[in-house]
Design a protein. Structure first.
Ligand code: ADP
Length: 786
């Protein structure tokens, strides 16, 4: 193979004119072109060479010596190829050494020596670089990229290199210079650096550097890995040590010994004192034994410890004293809640039965009604009356059986289910547990929470309720369970069978007024640190609050608004702006903003194709206007708005009824061929009882087809048959209340619901006229303006 020197011998002689310059031999260092080098010079020959250069044209040939150890290198001891450099600075230091700053120029080769003493001076020939003919070739570009990428990776891994280097390498475009720059910044052996220096073909030089770079990268990665391992093992050990020390201190503080066996003995003692059933005792003993054999530091030991702590602290035998003083209970219920006579009565009967039999029948009380009508709060009062602990479990959105029954303790982050957690929190085995919104549990792939609830509520099974986390039988038979729901139809059937349903209804305007003045205001006064002297709200403003700021079946929003008013009043008093706050309509508007709801404007004029229906929804009653439009067409019936599938059936029934009675109704008998019908329910109420819109829809259709206006102060509800009979419906109380609130004067109801009228609210009865309809003729007679 052709050597580099041969190559040089063969190169153009015109380029080989030489210059005579002093030579400095470097030990263990290799200079590169364009490199600035600082080094200390101690050897006399070198000092003289430097001084000589500085006194002349500053040129000096910097070359590496072959062996570091040689103190007095002869001409054979130095390489032939080095760098023709300029001495830029010399600083004399104490002890005879000199610090030199030298700037590298081009590569050069020693051709001959002028003299060797007192310093070396040689004839140096400049070595021309062999430059790639096409610097933009794919190969060159690839080499450049590879080298730069690897070097950048190297810099990122190496903490020692300054970020300036990164910027500098980006700026260099010439392959040979890149190679020189990179190798001058790598910690290579000086022999390897010399090899790089001697390679004058830039492509080859860069390839050579890439190889070195790859090796250096591997070394660096390995170093980093070792360092990390060392660090993490140190960290882990330090952490464990620290934790152990902390544990020791805690144990000492708690008077515990750092010995699982001693702890296990304590657990056993606790277990024996609990006097649990044999199977529970055996199981817990097994766990305690397992615990005692575990090393203190094992992860599982802490899981087992928290399990044992939880189990042994459960109120297995703790019961609060029950108070079945019926009179007192009645008093407490009356004191806390206005009205709700049915509910109170029911509760008292329930308690009386329980008092007599101690264990009542297996039925569970379930309070059903729209939000905010006092379901939760009356149960709280009941707990207070009976001196029982009260716990509430919200079941809204629960779709995982494990929420009720817990996860097995082998499962990561396992926890007991909500029932056992509530018992644990209550600290007694006989609290009142309110299962709130039991109609909102749903089932999915996580299992069926309803079936777990069934076990919880079943007095036959709940003596031995098995929570997965405990994996022990817990007796729930003394828990007083009460459920609440908004919509009975959504309660899972097996649960529904065990329940005694108690209905709570929407409040009338007057009821709300009384609840507000007698209960909510005094309660909020107390809560906000006010009293009758510092806060007063006028009667008219309470009415405005109910009418203009809330639209709800219950009084929750009203309660919130009162609380908000009082907080604002409290602020005025605390900041010294007022001594007494009196709320009239004006201040009310100032504090809460303009009124949100206005009474529906009922137009005096009848309208064609628009009828006010009444809907029952899970959150109370609502009006449900239905509009019908007719267009020339081919008999298509289109339904839009919040109408469900059942409503579509009602629409079909209505069309069929009108077709078979078209003559009597004065409607063209081919309307279903020549017209398209569009039925729309513009407002948001989503009715739960679709069929009850039957009469509304038929009336709207008849009105539109016969172009007869409908009286707008009339509302109606009722299911229809094909023959035009009107069938009874549910939710009359809520529906009529909604009609009353909307300012309706006449309500048409099915004749089958006549018996329900007496159960309606007094205000509603007094203020509205009821028309009972056996068939559609009566409905149309009363609704249409003839
Ligand atoms: P629900 O459980 O039915 O959604 P809450 O029990 O939470 O309703 O009642 C909301 C608020 O209204 C509570 O502050 C409650 O005390 C009050 N409230 C409801 N009904 C009455 C009532 N009849 N008498 C007094 N306060 C009531």
């Amino acid at each position: 193979m052709e050597t580099l020197l041969d190559n040089l011998e063969n190169s153009d002689s015109s380029l080989r004119s030489s210059i005579s310059i002093p030579v400095i031999a470097l030990r263990g260092m290799v200079m590169f072109p364009n490199m600035v080098l600082h080094f200390d010079v101690r050897r006399e020959k070198s000092v003289l060479a430097l001084e000589n250069a500085l006194n002349g044209d500053q040129n000096v040939f910097v070359v590496a010596q072959k062996e570091i150890k040689k103190d007095e290198p002869s001409k054979e001891d130095i390489f032939q190829i080095g760098i023709i450099s300029k001495v830029r600075q010399i600083v004399r230091q104490t002890g005879g050494t000199m610090r030199a700053l030298v700037e590298g120029g081009q590569r050069g080769k020693i051709v001959s020596f002028d003299f060797l003493d007192p310093f070396m001076r040689a004839n140096i020939q400049i070595i021309p670089e062999i430059i790639e003919s096409n610097p933009k070739s794919i190969e060159s570009t690839a080499l450049e990229r590879k080298a730069k990428d690897m070097f950048i990776e190297y810099l990122n891994l190496s903490p020692k290199v300054s970020p300036d280097v990164l910027i500098a390498v980006h700026a260099i475009k010439n392959l040979g210079q890149i190679a020189d720059f990179i190798s001058s910044n790598l910690p290579l052996e000086y022999e390897d650096k010399q090899k790089v220096l001697e390679e004058i073909r830039e492509n080859e030089r860069l390839e050579m550097v890439i190889k070195y770079l790859a090796k250096e990268l591997d070394i660096l990665k390995m170093e980093n890995k070792l360092a990390n391992q060392l660090k993490s093992s140190m960290d882990q050990r330090q952490k464990e040590y620290l934790l152990r020390e902390q544990m020791k201190v805690i144990s000492e503080e708690l008077g515990e010994e750092d010995d699982p066996r001693a702890e296990a003995r304590k657990y056993l003692k606790k277990l024996n004192a609990l006097k649990l059933s044999k199977s529970n005792t055996d199981k817990l003993k097994e766990e305690i034994t397992r615990f005692s054999k575990m090393p203190y530091s094992a992860g599982e030991s802490s899981i087992l410890r928290s399990y044992l702590d939880f189990c042994l602290n459960l109120p297995w035998n703790k019961l609060s004293k029950e108070n079945y003083d019926i009179l007192k209970a009645e008093e407490v219920l009356n004191k806390g809640h206005y009205g709700l006579n049915d509910v109170k009565e029911h509760i008292i009967e329930f308690l009386s039965a329980k008092k007599l039999s101690k264990k009542s029948d297996s039925h569970i009380m379930c309070l059903v009604g729209p939000p905010g009508v006092g379901k939760t709060s009356i149960v709280k009062s009941l707990a207070k009356a009976m001196g029982k602990k009260y716990m509430r479990i919200s079941l809204g959105g629960v779709n995982d059986e494990a929420e009720i029954r817990g996860h097995r303790k082998t499962y990561m982050g396992a926890m007991p289910g909500r029932i056992i957690s509530a018992i644990n929190k209550a600290g007694v085995r006989n609290p009142i547990i309110l299962l709130d919104e039991i109609d909102k549990v749903s089932k999915d792939y996580h299992g069926d929470p309803a079936s777990a609830l069934l076990e919880v509520l079943d007095s036959e099974q709940n003596k031995e309720f098995n929570d997965h986390f405990l994996d022990l039988d817990f007796d729930l038979s003394d828990v007083f369970f009460v459920c609440t729901a908004n919509d009975v139809s959504q309660i899972p059937a097996p649960l529904f069978d065990r329940m005694e349903i108690i209905n709570l209804y929407s409040y009338t305007y007057e009821e709300k007024f009384k609840i507000c003045t007698r209960y909510l205001i005094p309660k909020q006064l107390k809560k906000n640190g006010l009293n009758n002297k510092t806060f007063h709200i006028k009667e008219s403003s309470v009415r405005l609050l109910i009418d203009g700021y809330t639209r709800e079946a219950g009084v929750r929003e009203l309660d919130r608004k009162i609380s908000s008013l009082m907080r604002k009043a409290a602020k005025l008093i605390v900041t010294g702006k007022k001594k007494r706050v009196i709320i009239d309509d004006k201040t009310l508007e100032k504090m809460l903003g303009p009124r949100k709801y206005k009474k529906d404007d009922i137009s005096k004029e009848g309208e064609v194709g628009i009828v006010r229906g009444l809907a029952w929804t899970s959150v109370g009653g609502d009006t449900l206007p239905i509009e019908v439009s007719l267009m020339k067409g081919k008999g298509k019936v289109q339904i839009t708005g919040s109408l469900g599938d059942v409503m579509k059936e009602s629409a079909q029934l209505a069309v069929s009824y009108i077709r078979s009675n078209s003559k009597k109704l004065g409607i063209k008998d081919d309307f279903y061929k020549t017209m398209d019908i569009h039925i729309h329910a513009p407002e948001g109420a989503v009715p739960k009882d679709g069929p009850s819109a039957g009469v509304t829809m038929t009336t709207a259709l008849v009105s539109a087809l016969s172009k007869t206006p409908v009286k707008q102060d009339v509302a109606m509800t009722g299911e229809i048959t094909l023959k035009g009979r009107v069938l009874p419906i549910g939710g009359l109380r809520e529906k009529t209340m909604a009609a009353y609130k909307a300012g309706v004067k006449t309500v048409i109801i099915p004749a089958g619901n006549e018996c329900d009228i007496q159960k309606l609210d007094d205000v509603v009865k007094e203020n509205m006229k009821f028309v009972t309809a056996e068939n559609l003729d009566t409905v149309l007679d009363n609704a249409l303006q003839h």
